[in-house]
Design a protein around this ligand. Structure first.
Ligand code: UDP
Length: 404
């Protein structure tokens, strides 16, 4: 299903006052300039989710924008997944032939693409070595979406050789900033309130999705939406649910899928199915990448939304649920600590027991939960919508192109 496309003006009634006018003024300054985004997958994960929505809007604003994807070999994906894990702090074995594969794939794919835009934003570690092909006139910025607060030194030192040659780097949180000889920018990710993932849905559509997956509508639903990835701690979610279940009637939905650049998903999914252990109230959904309406409906139907990550650059799923008026219980890590205002828009937690305690608190206090949800939506409107994100990107273009 293809998501409906909207014009910038469609966001006037949703974005905070003044944002759309600011957007047009900034766009005027970079009229006719061109922009390239490169990442490592068109579907699955937050980066693809954002680019799918941002690229058409850049073009509508008069910035000719392309989106290229680096496609690699199985060894390349295995390597870059290990880079990802190591940059988020996990000990990983990365052999010399893996580093070589990274370099070879980057060189090969980069040589097949054209880099003739005024500005390029290269996302995450996978295509970072494209910098070897940067034309002199172009301004390139490396954007890091992962929680790089405590990277494993060896991998970061390897990557830093490339990153240091960019014209700037973007991080999602001040604590992710690194010692680099280039300017560093802070830009929060965003969600699109008009996409199929986030638009308003009727009760009929929501109920049809629940029926499709045999999810009861007469028990409060605890939900986590995430790729099947250990950093999202799906096993911790199941443990928390099992504690809650002793006291509260409820069901748990773990909705996930895989991303083309993530080879570990199947292993984690198997572990999740084992941990679910034929409990009829646990629903593990392995969804296709275009299940946007389904995820939207689940987030709207949920009583409590969890994002129990142990590392998180920024949880788009957190913003998505908050936009739907849900207080979120999230791991007290990375971007989640910025997204959730403790006790106001949700709760950050540090343990399985803490998660269970806060799930029970919200289940047992629906009025408080509703009030927190209203604040969560308002906070998301003010900080994490695509219109603010576009403004930040345009301001970045003005800065790196040295426009007055
Ligand atoms: N998502 C999805 N299908 C899934 C799992 C996740 O469409 O099965 C979406 C989710 O709704 C969100 C994005 O993928 O928009 C995940 O972004 P997030 O920042 O939460 O995590 P990432 O996967 O980038 O680590």
């Amino acid at each position: 299903m293809v998501d409906e496309k909207f014009t910038i003006d469609s966001y006037r009634d949703i974005a905070p006052h003044g944002v759309i006018d600011l957007l047009y003024r900034l766009a005027e300054k970079v009229q006719g300039k061109s922009l390239l985004h490169v990442n490592s997958t068109r579907f699955g994960g937050g980066v693809a989710e954002m680019l799918l929505r941002l690229v058409p809007l850049f073009n509508e604003l008069g910035i000719q924008t392309k989106w290229d994807v680096i496609t690699g070999t199985p060894l390349f994906y295995k390597t870059t997944k290990r880079f990802h894990n190591a940059l988020q702090g996990d000990e990983q074995e990365i052999t010399p032939d893996m580093y070589d594969e990274y370099k070879v794939v980057n060189e090969k794919i980069a040589s097949e693409l054209s880099f003739d835009t005024d500005v390029a934003v290269i996302h995450d570690p996978q295509p970072a070595a494209f910098i070897n092909q940067k034309p002199e006139h172009s301004r390139w910025v490396w954007r890091c979406h992962i929680d790089i607060s405590m990277p494993r030194r060896k991998v970061w030192n390897f990557l830093k050789e490339y990153v240091s040659r960019y014209d700037g780097a973007i991080f999602s949180l001040p604590s992710f900033a690194q010692k680099l000889p280039i300017p560093q920018y802070l830009i929060y990710p965003s969600i699109d309130p008009l996409s199929d993932k986030n638009k308003e849905l009727s009760d009929e559509v929501i109920n049809a999705v629940l029926a499709k997956y045999n999810i009861p509508d007469d028990k409060p639903m605890i939900l986590q939406v995430s790729r099947f990835d250990n950093f999202k701690d799906p096993l911790g979610v199941i443990k928390a649910y099992k504690i809650v279940k002793k006291y509260n009637e409820c069901c748990l939905v773990l909705a996930g899928g895989s991303a083309a650049d993530d080879p570990e998903g199947m292993e984690v999914l198997n572990a999740v199915n084992n941990a679910a252990d034929h409990d009829n109230d646990i629903h593990v959904l392995d969804l296709p990448p275009d299940a946007n309406i389904e995820i939207n409906a689940l987030q709207r139907a949920a009583a409590v939304v969890l994002q129990k990550s142990t590392k998180e650059g920024f949880g788009l799923t957190v913003a998505e649920a908050m936009w739907k008026g849900k207080p979120v219980i999230g791991g007290a890590v990375g971007g989640i600590t910025l997204q959730i205002i403790y006790g106001e828009t949700g709760f950050t937690v540090n343990s399985v027991e803490g998660s269970a305690y806060r799930i029970r608190y919200l289940l047992n206090n629906p009025l408080i939960s509703e009030e927190m949800g209203i604040k969560a939506k308002d906070y998301t409107r003010r900080n994490f919508l695509i219109t603010r994100h576009l403004c930040d990107y345009l301001a970045l273009m003005v800065t790196v192109l040295d426009i007055d």
